[in-house]
Ligand binder design. Sequence first.
Ligand SMILES: [Zn+2]
Length: 188
Amino acid sequence: MDPVDGLRQDGVGDPDRLERLWTPHRMAYIRGEAKPSDDTEQQCPFCRIPALDDAEGLVVRRGVLAYAVLNLYPYAPGHLMVCPYRHIADYTDTTEAEAAEIAALTKEAMEVLRSVSAPHGFNLGMNQGFVAGAGIAAHLHQHVVPRWSGDSNFMPVIGHTKTLPELLQDTRRLVAEAWVEHADHRGD
Ligand SMILES: [Zn+2]
């Protein structure tokens, strides 16, 4: 299918489901985004995103030194990333405080995703360097990928009628609101 006209998403839990999850170029096309052309902060999406409003940037939580943002190229619904605001590439470049907040946001992300979508498990991790699979190697990011047995979609009703960009916005709102509730509940 031509990626340019690939905005339709029919059905969910059907054979097309994986195709939808694995066609991020469509979202990138809509948003007019591209891979950074160099490793500078000016080209870095993880440096640009915090300046956008939450919906535009798909931000689900802002901390003091780090923030959480939905992945534009989700491996699974709710796939998010925890990034320091600072443009640093390597985990060893983090300060103690940054490392602590990345860890805390990662734990909170797991709790929030469990509350909204009951995943059976998670993949957590940082790819360090392009050779290790980092898409944006210049800016550290920790992946939080919820997993289900068979990785079924957790929003089948929404998924039945909406496009991936809409799904990402729905997911962002759901996770962001649940995160606020989670923080309120803990008295943050
Ligand atoms: Zn950056």
